[in-house]
Write a protein that binds this ligand. Sequence first.
Ligand code: MG
Length: 203
Amino acid sequence: MKIIAIGRNYAEHAKELNNPIPTTPVIFMKPDTALLKDNKPFYHPDFSQDVHHEIELVLKIRKEGKHISEKFAADYFDEVGLGIDFTARDIQSRHKEKGLPWELAKGFDGSAPISNFLPKSQFADLYNLNLKLDVNGQTRQDGNTKDLLFSFERILAFVSQYITLKKGDLIFTGTPEGVAAVQTGDHLEGYLEGQKLLDFYVK
Ligand code: MG
């Protein structure tokens, strides 16, 4: 399986990092070794002093697809969950300045905690889902998928022009504003429509 992630998919988040609002989706990938499941602790890496949390809605791909049309794209995912796109912001900033790729900032071990997945049919409107992240009991991110710049269907259509999607692939769909650094000892709790799906510590 592979993890494909979308950058700058909420305007307020693009602005908080002084990035332009994109006109086509910004894509990057994480290796499968980035996955962290079952609310296992996240071990803060020594190579960064500024690892940021980014809570995101994650889609699970249901069947293989290439050149998917936007019209039929909804049929290619049937489950959604929450993920954290942990980002070594200091490394990313240095690489952005030099126009270098982001993999070391985004793809390190444990940089993709994911929750259990729920059938999308459980939700009345995928474009009105609240995503909330509390750190040590205080709300840091509180966003809604109604503010997405690129829809899930647009993302699948766009990505699958270049990269074949396969069953079990995960799509991180971008984070709302409020990203900030995590510290050793922090307790992260992620909620989707009020339901706690992520609950883990930084060690
Ligand atoms: Mg992200």
